[in-house]
Design a protein around this ligand. Structure first.
Ligand code: BTN
Length: 244
């Protein structure tokens, strides 16, 4: 089921409100304009009309939220596969789930969950991909950003991009349901922009930890070799920054 709205506050907010009224599994909601698009860690997703492809997908899982820890990384793989389909082979992942070109952000993912930790659960998977950012919007974004208009080898039709991406998402989500993140882990690592690179991990209490990225665990945690040994970081409130 695909719904396309001229504008919505946020496609994630819209679908989160629909979960309890039995909205169908695999429903997708697209907004041409979001008036209050949301990002991870309380950020906003800035986009004017036509500036980015913004949509959310509702996916019902038999497993509980506790088993979905690697989900946001799995979703990142579907974006990489879709971008490769359009020849954007330079796109890479940044843990936990940003899509970068070089060191600039092309797309972001916001996953929100509802349900029991152990019982059935529902995910609202929100995706924003920069299509064509004005200088004004670029200035409003709190980090370097890039759009498909400047990164793609040819003009990409956003409807076609959505179609290709939804197919990859469905495939990745089915594989995640059957095998968790395990079967996707090598592919994820291959595309990680910071694999074996020096990084700073920014913790919610303001501390920073320096180290070198070693890989990813089967539940999507990042493994970093630090001065106090190998440390494991869970996503949530932690941010990764490259060290140049
Ligand atoms: C991030 O990079 O912090 C995540 C950004 C996610 C943005 C998308 S746009 C569609 C969906 N609706 C929202 O309000 N947010 C997500």
């Amino acid at each position: 089921k695909l719904e396309i709205h001229d504008y919505l506050e946020s496609t994630n907010t819209y679908l989160m409100k629909k979960i309890s009224s039995g909205h169908a599994h695999a429903s997708c909601v697209v907004a041409n304009l979001q008036t209050n698009g949301r990002g991870r860690r309380g950020r906003t997703w800035q986009a004017g009309l036509g500036a980015s492809l913004t949509f959310s997908l509702l996916w019902r899982f038999q497993c509980g939220a506790a088993a979905l820890s690697g989900l946001s990384l799995a979703v990142g793989i579907s974006l990489i596969r879709a971008l490769h389909h359009f020849g954007i082979t330079q796109a890479q992942l940044k843990w936990p789930n940003d899509i970068l070109i070089g060191r600039e952000k092309l797309a972001g993912i916001l996953i929100e969950l509802q349900g029991d930790m152990e019982g059935p659960s529902t995910a609202v998977i929100g995706v924003g991909i920069n299509l064509n950012l004005s200088t004004k919007i670029k200035q409003q974004i709190d980090q370097p950003a890039i759009d498909l208009a400047s990164a793609a080898p040819q003009t990409i039709n956003p409807n076609e991009l959505l179609g290709v991406l939804l197919n990859h998402l469905a495939e990745v989500l089915r594989s995640f349901e059957l095998q968790g993140f395990t079967s996707l882990r090598d592919e994820w690592t291959k595309h990680h922009a910071y694999h074996q690179q020096q990084v700073r991990m920014l913790l919610p209490d303001g501390r920073e930890i320096l180290g070198v990225v070693q890989g990813i665990t089967e539940d999507g945690n990042l493994l970093v070799e630090t001065t106090s040994g190998l440390q494991k970081f869970a996503s949530g409130e932690i941010s990764l920054r490259g060290v140049v």
